[in-house]
Design a protein around this ligand. Structure first.
Ligand code: SF4
Ligand code: SF4
Length: 77
């Protein structure tokens, strides 16, 4: 997939994070990520690339183990 281009910079937006203690490695979140920014790690668990996540919440909705947390937009200094 091509890298996303942000010519005017990125707006602050929510960010998904996966709790490795709750993730079972089922892969559903990655299947439904609209920008394909969730990757399986060597240990079998999944990780969200914070540089590419757009905070759409699709992964959270599709995780049956409640392993995904959506962080609020980070305010720029
Ligand atoms: S859907 Fe949830 S349990 Fe499954 S890989 Fe993603 S974060 Fe882990
Ligand atoms: S919030 Fe959306 S873009 Fe971010 S990891 Fe989840 S599905 Fe992908």
């Amino acid at each position: 997939m091509a890298e996303m281009i942000h010519p005017f910079g990125r707006k602050a937006h929510s960010l998904a994070v996966i709790d490795p203690d709750k993730c079972t490695g089922c892969g559903y979140c990655a299947m439904f990520c609209v920008v394909e920014c969730i990757y399986q790690q060597p240990d079998g668990l999944y990780w969200v690339d914070p540089e590419r996540c757009i905070g759409c919440r699709s992964c959270k909705v599709n995780c049956f183990n409640e392993a995904v947390t959506i962080l609020p937009p980070k305010q720029e200094a």
